[in-house]
Write a protein that binds this ligand. Sequence first.
Ligand SMILES: Nc1ncnc2c1ncn2[C@@H]1O[C@H](COP(=O)(O)OP(=O)(O)O)[C@@H](O)[C@H]1O
Ligand SMILES: [Mg+2]
Ligand SMILES: [Zn+2]
Length: 328
Amino acid sequence: MGADGKIMARAARKMREEAEARHEGFLQRRREIYQALPRTEEIDRTLRTTAGRIVAETFRSGGDPGRAIAALREENLALQRERREILSAAGLPACALEEEPACPLCGDTLYVEGQPCRCLLERTTAEQNRELSRMLDIQGQSFDTFSFQWYDNAYWEAEGSSPRENMEIVYELCANYAHNFGSRSASLLMTGAPGLGKTFLSTCIAQEVSAKGFSVVYDTAAHVFAQFERSKFGREDEAAEADVHRCMACDLLILDDLGSEMATAFVVSALYQIVNTRLMTGKKTILSTNLTPEEVGRRYGAAIRSRLEGEYQVLTFFGEDIRKLKRR
Ligand SMILES: Nc1ncnc2c1ncn2[C@@H]1O[C@H](COP(=O)(O)OP(=O)(O)O)[C@@H](O)[C@H]1O
Ligand SMILES: [Mg+2]
Ligand SMILES: [Zn+2]
């Protein structure tokens, strides 16, 4: 699963800061307990010397560590019992002087055998979702709130079906796509007139795929191209460079509203770089556009057209503009 490296690093940094703060809090609480109940500090000091005492005791008992260890274990258990009783008499939990890690799997080291621990992966996902939701205008848009009532049942000669029938297929496909997203997923081209739910459905996919832990970048094509331009021509524009890197590296890139930007030579080459590089590296892309596939080909050239024709699954949207229908 391709979590965004930078986001994971940030998640790890935050988790370490939090662990540090928890540790400080523990030390502070322990100081207060020691002050109020000095016997507990004595007990803890003795317990901490167990290892040294095993060595000393082994010498004294003529070199038999087994006997020494058994005797010390008894003593330690008695000390722990005494400490528990002191704490509970003071109305404190029995574990008040023990520092437990927030994650028992990795003991808050965030890694297990060199691999990111589940706690770190979960936090990374949460961070990714937060980052994504800053870019997404979700407005309650989800597969559950998608309504078919805006798509007419009347047959469209040119399309060979009704908007409703078509949307039922498109919706199913998008829901399954999000549900089963993975390395074998296709890339999608959503094409159709404005106001038909392309942005709505791509938003739904973005949320669900991201919630599964994949890195998802959602942005308008115009903004992405602007960032590409800034990172290329701007001097040391770190924010733009980071955006470009995220666009190229994420598991799923959603470029919304392709065609609304000025089609300069730079834009054409940036789009080619995005489409081609992401195909070669096995990353998935969703393009949504008000242009027809033919218009896309004319606008961005043969190289891009052949990539899209060969590798993208085309989802055609048709019907009446929902924005206009809702206004009526
Ligand atoms: N199936 C749907 N049910 C309810 N509202 C929808 C649906 N599809 C789109 N909308 C609404 O209609 C408007 C246009 O949809 P949008 O996805 O932006 O269209 P497009 O991206 O195809 O131009 C938005 O306000 C959106 O919330
Ligand atoms: Mg749109
Ligand atoms: Zn962990």
